[in-house]
Unconditional design. Structure first.
Length: 216
């Protein structure tokens, strides 16, 4: 229930193989832009399934007792946030920004999962939320309508080691894989997949979307 909640929060979630440390620069930029309520959610991207991680994220957010919660997720972190919110009927209001998130699947992840120990390397959350299904199948329209996506087009990254990616892409995720029907807005920047975490332009665009509901 949202009764009695006050204040606001902005929760950041990292992607596959990373930790909360990867979000520190983004958090500093958002605080410099006026967000004093930034929180970082660190989660086990490999050992736990997506729904188990979503339950932990909800508990993390619910504990804050904030009247409004905004969200930024990098890569798989964006998938996690949407999955959690899709199952939280009375979640506090707020907007979501996904940075290079594979909302429509991931060719790189599919290829890695087929190679030797690749399935163990990609982990259970990728298997649940990207390989077995996609956000287009379970993300409700009202959630997509308050979500903005920033995709990268600087095609340098580990994904290219697994085979050719159809451009445009950020080296790991294709721009087409970041699209979701009914999104509030979609922005493309000339940055790499990891670079989305450190890009001043991406941080500024994310802050603008959270404030205004669009990137322009």
């Amino acid at each position: 229930m949202n009764a009695g909640r006050a204040g606001s929060a902005l929760i950041l979630a990292h992607g596959l193989w990373l930790g909360g440390w990867a979000l520190q620069r983004l958090a500093r930029r958002l605080r410099a832009a006026g967000r004093s309520d930034v929180r970082i959610f660190s989660w086990p991207t490999i050992s736990h399934g997506l729904d188990a991680n979503a339950q932990n994220l909800r508990a993390f957010a619910d504990h804050l007792e904030a009247g409004r919660i905004d969200w930024i997720g990098h890569s798989l972190g964006g998938v996690l946030i949407l999955r959690m919110l899709a199952g939280w009927a009375d979640a506090p209001p707020g907007r979501i920004v996904c940075l290079g998130s594979p909302l429509a699947g991931s060719r790189s992840a599919e290829r890695l999962a087929r190679v030797g120990p690749g399935r163990r390397l990609t982990g259970r959350s990728i298997a649940d939320g990207v390989l077995a299904t996609s956000a287009a199948e379970w993300c409700p329209p009202e959630l997509a309508a308050r979500t903005g996506v920033i995709a990268g087009t600087r095609g340098m990254g580990a994904g290219r080691l697994l085979g050719r990616l159809e451009p445009p892409h950020d080296g790991t995720v294709r721009v087409a894989e970041t699209e979701l029907p009914g999104l509030a807005d979609h922005l493309v920047l000339n940055v790499t997949h990891t670079g989305l975490l450190f890009s001043r332009a991406a941080a500024g665009a994310a802050e603008t979307f959270l404030r205004e509901g669009k990137f322009a």
